[in-house]
Write a protein that binds this ligand. Structure first.
Ligand code: G3H
Ligand code: 13P
Ligand code: ZN
Length: 309
């Protein structure tokens, strides 16, 4: 199946009430694991790269790998720019055949976010490239914010922003955070706020910072020399509830990193005489594949590839 515009994935997921998994990759190992997992689950996926992924590997390598293998897979997928921070990065992504972009100016004043996002939509829409934007801000426990409340999305503002920009999808901040340290105590997601945003916009919504930060990986990392003692993620039942309330794309990066690093740490400590990186990377890649399959099932997108035939 050819690379699809994110628009198609967003629309089908919104119509049918499920979420498409969006998984970050920085190298061949993650990309292969994500695509193989999607194929086995018969699920559509977003393959996404951040600006720091582009700095790490180079857009020629990351986009080049996707274009080189796209005809080997039957599931529908989009190549998406995650947290693009400027018009220049969006233009770079367009030149490299991305089919979806996020412009994230959620830390700028509202009007500035709105104006630049509008410009991005006017560039992308005629090319059939979908645009995602973010409203409100995601902060982790390490950010030391006094009032979390004022960083969450304002549902009325979300409605106005969607109408004035024409974006295809909106990522509303409802209390999640990026990385492995999301909450000090219990997880707290503002579901009522999410319900209102969906009711007022009725558009595809995206959940960032959604990783589960599963105990088995955290424990394995801590057992084999790592130190991530207070790691905490979003419980599966909260992700499920968010999807029921209208989330149509769920972003996951940290869970893949944890699965990969936990496996690397264990195997490197077990096989001290080995110097062939493939002996470490292969099982780590398999573990990433397992976690991607688990997440796809959680989002309700298993088997949904058939909707795109
Ligand atoms: O925003 C998403 C990421 O999990 C952070 O990714 O380290 O590639 O910027 P990054
Ligand atoms: P996690 O850090 O929870 O995996 O979130 C990833 C994300 O939102 C990428 O945009
Ligand atoms: Zn994100």
């Amino acid at each position: 199946m050819p690379l699809l515009s994110g628009k198609v994935l967003f629309e089908k997921a919104n119509e049918s009430g499920f979420a498409v998994g969006a998984f970050n990759f920085n190298n061949m190992e993650f990309l292969k694991a994500i695509l193989e997992a999607a194929e086995e689950e018969e699920a559509p996926v977003f393959l996404q790269t951040t600006e720091s992924a582009l700095r790490y590997a180079g857009i020629e390598f990351l986009a080049g790998m996707v274009h080189a293998v796209k005809d080997e897979f039957r599931v529908p997928f989009a190549l998406h720019l995650d947290h693009g921070r400027s018009l220049d990065t969006v233009l770079l992504a367009i030149r490299h055949g991305y089919t979806s972009v996020m412009i994230d100016l959620s830390d700028r004043p509202y009007e500035e976010n709105l104006e630049i996002t509008r410009k991005v939509v006017s560039l992308c829409a005629p090319l059939g490239i979908s645009v995602e934007a973010e409203l409100g801000r995601l902060v982790g426990i390490e950010d030391n914010v006094e009032s979390e409340e004022e960083l969450l999305v304002d549902p009325e503002q979300a409605k106005e922003f969607a109408l004035r920009t024409g974006v295809d999808a909106l990522a509303p901040a409802i209390g999640t955070a990026h990385g492995a340290f999301k909450f000090k105590g219990e997880a707290r997601l503002d579901f009522e706020r999410l319900r209102k945003v969906k009711e007022l916009t009725n558009m595809p919504l995206v959940l960032h910072g959604a990783s589960g930060v599963y105990y088995e990986y955290v424990n394995e990392i801590n057992t084999f020399g790592g130190e991530i003692k207070d790691a905490k993620g979003v419980p599966d039942e909260d992700v499920r509830r968010a999807v029921e309330l209208g989330i149509n794309k769920v972003n996951t990066d940290t869970d893949l990193r944890l699965a990969f690093v936990a496996t690397l740490r264990r195997i490197m400590s077990e096989e001290k005489g080995n110097i062939d990186p493939r002996k470490f990377f292969k099982p780590a890649m398999e573990e990433v594949k397992e976690i991607v399959k688990r997440r796809i099932r959680l989002y309700g997108s298993s088997g949904m590839a058939s909707l795109f035939l």
